[in-house]
Design a protein around this ligand. Structure first.
Ligand code: NDP
Length: 499
C-alpha cells in the first residue's frame, strides 16, 4: 500500500480512479474510469442480459438472488473490512450495514412474485363485461447511482429490488467507494456467471451524468439534493423516469412522558453513528420543556464517552469526504455566532479528518445547523413548549426524509404528523432495516420509494390488461351504440352515482 495523495481525496491518474482510506491515505484500489464508449457498451450488454434475466421469471431470479444473498452472508467480514478501508467507518457499523443490506436482498427475492406477478383485479359493475388483469413488467436496464456513506446498503436498496423485478443494472458507485461497488458486482457475477445482470462504471460525477443520458430505462439515484436536481434535469431530456433518494435534516421529538434514557441513547446513536454521515441521521432534537434539562444531561453523558479514530473498534471514524469537514465547521461556527452554545464539543472538536461529537443548544431556528444538512457528528437540542410546537418546528425545513418520536401516550399520533417518509417511534433509524416497509422522502429529500412492496413496484411498469368475458349490455365504446343505449347509460350513471 502506498500513500500518494491527500487522504481520502479520489484521484484520477492515467485513466484510473484511485481510492484511498480517508484518514491514512493508504491506497485501497485502482479502477478504470469508464469512457463514453465503455458506458454505451455496458448498457448494450445490460440490455441483452435483461432479456435473458426477465425470461428466467420470478422463480429463476429468486433462486439466483438467494444464492447471492448466501454468498454475501458468508463473506460479511471480508466486505466489512473493505467498507472500513474505503470509508473509515468502524467495523461494527460496516457489519450492521451489510446485515441490513442482505436482509433486503432476501426479502426482495422472496416477495417479487407476490407483489409484481400477474394477478386478477376486481372489475366494476359499469364495465362488468371485462375481466381485469395486472402485472408489473421490468423496465429493462436500470442505472443506479450511489453515495459513499452507506456504500453497500444504499445501492443494494435499489439493486436488489430492481433485479428481483426483472431488470438488469448498471451501477455508478461514488468516486469515494469504487472498491465496494466493484466487490458487489464481482460477487453477483460469481453466482450468476451466464450474463452481466449487474455491471459497474467507475468515475467522477460526469460518469453519473453520462449514465443518466445513456439510454437506461430508469435511474435510481441516492445522494445529495443538489445532485438529485442535476440527475432529474438530465433524465428529463429523454423522459427517463427517476427515483430520487436525497438528503435529510431529520428531527427527533421527545415528549414529556418519554423514557429519557432510551430517548438519549437513541438520539446519541441516531446522530453520531457513522460520524453523523447518515441520510436519516438525527440532526435536530425538539424536547419539551419539562424534561429538557434532564434529557440534555443524559445525551451529553453518553456522547462524551464515545471514542473517535480510525481504529476498527472506534465509535466514530473519520469524515469520509474531506470537503464535508468545512461544512460541519461552518454549521458549528454559525450556530455559536447566532447565540447557540456547545454543551459538548464545539469548534475545537473539528480536527480533520475527525470531528468529535458536538451537542449544540439554544440554536435559533434560522441557523445553518437547524436548516441545512450538516452530515457530521453534531446534534442540536431545542427546548419547546409541547409536542405540537415540536411538530411545527420539525416540519419547518424543506427536507422530509425520516424522523423519530419518543413518548408513551401519543407518539404514533405525533409520528403521523411529521412531514417525512418514515418515522421511528421509541427508537431511531429502525425503519431502514425493515424490508417490509417503504423508504424514501418528501420535499427536498426526493421522491419514489425503495424497500418493501412499494420499492419493488418502483422497478416495474404497471401493465393493465382487460379481457372481454361477455357482450356489453350497454355498449359504450363503439360507433354502433344507439341513442337509446346512450340514454340508458346516462340513466344508469344517475342510479349508480347520483345518490
Ligand atoms: P453526491 O450527490 O455528491 O453524489 C452521489 C452520487 O452521484 C455519486 O455517485 C456521485 O459521483 C454522483 N454524481 C455526482 N454528480 C453527478 C451528476 N451531475 N450526475 C449524475 N451523478 C452525479 O452525494 P454523496 O455521495 O456525497 O452522498 C451524500 C448525500 O447522500 C447526502 O446528502 C445524504 O443525505 C444522501 N443520502 C441519501 C440517502 C437516502 O436514502 N435518501 C441515503 C444515503 C445518502 P461522484 O461521487 O463520483 O461525484
Amino acid at each position: 500500500m502506498t500513500a500518494p495523495h491527500a487522504p481520502g481525496v479520489p484521484v484520477v491518474d492515467h485513466g484510473e480512479l484511485i481510492s484511498t482510506h480517508p484518514a491514512s491515505g493508504a491506497e485501497v484500489g485502482r479502477f478504470p474510469v469508464a469512457s463514453a464508449d465503455d458506458l454505451i457498451q455496458r448498457v448494450t450488454r445490460a440490455r441483452t442480459a435483461a432479456t435473458w434475466w426477465a425470461g428466467l421469471g420470478f422463480t429463476g431470479r429468486r433462486a439466483r438472488l438467494l444464492r447471492w444473498r448466501s454468498r454475501l452472508a458468508h463473506r460479511v467480514e471480508e466486505l466489512a473490512d473493505l467498507v472500513h478501508d474505503e470509508t473509515g467507518k468502524p467495523l461494527a457499523d460496516a457489519v450492521v450495514e451489510i446485515a441490513s443490506a442482505i436482509e433486503h436482498v432476501d426479502w426482495a427475492a422472496r416477495n417479487a412474485k407476490r407483489v409484481l406477478g400477474p394477478r386478477r383485479v376486481r372489475s366494476r359493475l359499469i364495465v362488468a363485461e371485462f375481466a381485469a388483469r395486472l402485472e408489473y413488467q421490468p423496465y429493462g436496464v436500470v442505472g443506479v447511482i450511489g453515495p459513499w456513506n452507506y456504500p453497500v446498503l444504499t445501492p443494494l436498496g435499489s439493486i436488489a429490488y430492481a433485479l428481483a423485478a426483472g431488470n438488469t443494472v448498471v451501477l455508478k458507485p461514488s468516486e469515494y467507494t469504487p472498491a465496494v461497488g466493484q466487490w458487489l458486482v464481482d460477487s453477483l457475477g460469481e453466482v450468476v456467471p451466464e450474463q452481466p445482470v449487474l455491471q459497474v462504471v467507475h468515475g467522477l460525477g460526469d460518469v453519473g451524468a453520462a449514465l443518466c443520458r445513456s439510454g437506461v430505462n430508469k435511474v435510481a439515484f441516492t445522494g445529495s439534493t443538489a445532485t438529485a436536481r442535476k440527475v432529474m434535469a438530465a433524465c428529463a431530456e429523454t423522459l427517463t423516469p427517476v427515483l430520487l433518494e436525497a438528503g435529510g435534516k431529520d428531527a427527533m421529538i421527545v415528549d414529556g412522558d418519554a423514557d429519557l434514557d432510551a430517548a438519549a441513547d437513541a438520539a446519541v446513536w441516531g446522530a453520531l453513528t457513522n460520524a453523523g454521515q447518515t441520510c436519516i441521521g438525527i440532526e435536530r432534537v425538539y424536547a419539551v420543556e419539562e424534561i429538557y434539562n434532564d434529557f440534555v444531561a443524559k445525551v451529553v453523558t453518553r456522547a462524551e464517552k464515545l471514542t473517535v479514530g480510525s481504529e476498527p473498534d472506534a465509535h466514530l471514524g473519520p469524515i469520509t469526504m474531506p470537503t464535508q469537514v468545512e461544512v460541519i465547521r461552518r454549521h458549528i461556527d454559525d450556530a455559536l455566532a447566532r447565540g447557540g452554545r456547545a454543551v459538548l464539543g464545539g469548534p475545537d472538536a473539528v480536527q480533520p479528518p475527525y470531528v468529535r461529537p458536538t451537542i449544540l443548544v439554544d440554536v435559533p431556528e434560522d441557523a445553518l445547523a437547524i436548516r441545512e444538512e450538516t452530515f457530521g457528528p453534531t446534534l442540536t437540542i431545542t427546548r419547546v413548549e409541547d409536542a405540537d410546537a415540536a411538530v411545527n418546528r420539525a416540519n419547518a425545513v424543506p427536507y422530509g426524509l425520516g424522523g423519530a418520536v419518543f413518548g408513551k401516550r401519543r407518539p404514533v399520533e405525533i409520528a403521523r404528523r411529521l412531514r417525512s417518509g418514515m418515522v421511528a417511534v421509541n427508537s431511531a433509524l429502525s425503519f431502514a432495516g425493515m424490508s417490509t416497509l417503504p423508504f424514501g422522502g418528501v420535499g427536498d429529500s426526493g421522491f419514489g420509494r425503495v424497500h418493501g412492496d412499494d420499492g419493488l413496484r418502483e422497478f416495474g411498469r404497471a401493465k393493465a390488461i382487460t379481457v372481454r368475458r361477455g357482450p356489453s349490455l350497454l355498449p359504450a365504446m363503439t360507433f354502433s351504440r344507439t341513442p337509446a343505449q346512450v340514454a340508458k347509460i346516462a340513466k344508469a350513471v344517475k342510479i349508480m352515482y347520483g345518490r
